[in-house]
Design a protein around this ligand. Structure first.
Ligand code: C5P
Length: 215
């Protein structure tokens, strides 16, 4: 699909699981915030025309200082609310949704996702094979099943969409842990391209230590 590309960066989470005093996107890795790193990777890819970040309402002004090249909007209570707030202010035909928390994502991953959209996919996610064996458990912690891991993929961001497809999916359903989940529920086929280990999400204190070592 032809058209302009907007990167929407949800960065309005509190980061409760991280245990840092600041909201996660404002935590620094190697002297630079996760937010600045994510915006820089999107720009450096050369395939993004516009960047919109969604941050906590009280940090809109600080975010404008940190990432002057991006548009800044106030996010919402859930990640999907933050994505919707960013989606509302763009008229780009193609959109990438990228977690600010995946701050070490290489620009090449943006290039790969946009290439798959240009080739005709309406929804594209980066994914990696799963290294661990996965167990399905019941509420008491007993194993119910061991799914075959071969066809499973751990998916990352940036996730790319035809903007109308993402808009429709967000209008129809409520919350999901990723945008592709909403699009899938709306009946659209989602293509998986090869992800990158560096696109891991900073969620826990361990992830932050890892990110600081890698940076
Ligand atoms: O909490 P989690 O790590 O899954 O969040 C993924 C991304 O979504 C983070 O970059 C976070 O800042 C963002 N988010 C948001 N608005 C929320 C919750 C999370 O923009 N209400």
């Amino acid at each position: 699909m032809a058209g302009r590309v907007a990167a929407l960066i949800p960065a309005a989470g509190t980061g409760a699981r991280l245990g840092e005093p600041k909201p996660k996107a404002f935590v620094e890795v190697g002297g630079t915030t996760l937010l600045e790193r994510s915006v820089a990777a999107a720009y450096e890819s050369g395939v993004v025309d516009e960047i919109i970040v969604a941050v906590p309402a009280d940090l809109v002004a600080s975010a404008r200082d940190l990432v002057p090249s991006a548009r800044v909007v106030a996010g919402g209570a859930e990640r999907s609310d933050s994505v919707r707030a960013a989606l509302a202010v763009t008229d780009a035909q193609l959109v990438l949704v990228h977690d600010a928390a995946r701050a070490l994502t290489p620009p090449s991953l943006f290039v790969d996702v946009v290439a798959a959209l240009r080739d005709g996919a309406l929804a594209v996610v980066p994914g990696l094979p799963v290294a661990d064996t996965l167990k399905q458990v019941d509420a008491a912690g007993w194993v119910v099943a061991t799914p075959d891991r071969n066809p499973l993929r751990a998916v990352q961001t940036p996730q790319g969409f035809a903007a109308d497809v993402l808009r429709g999916a967000h209008a129809e359903s409520g919350d999901a842990t990723d945008d592709a989940g909403l699009v899938e529920a709306a009946g659209v086929s989602v293509q998986v391209v090869t992800g990158d280990a560096m696109a891991f999400k900073v969620t826990t204190a361990f992830d932050l230590t890892l990110a600081r070592m890698l940076a």
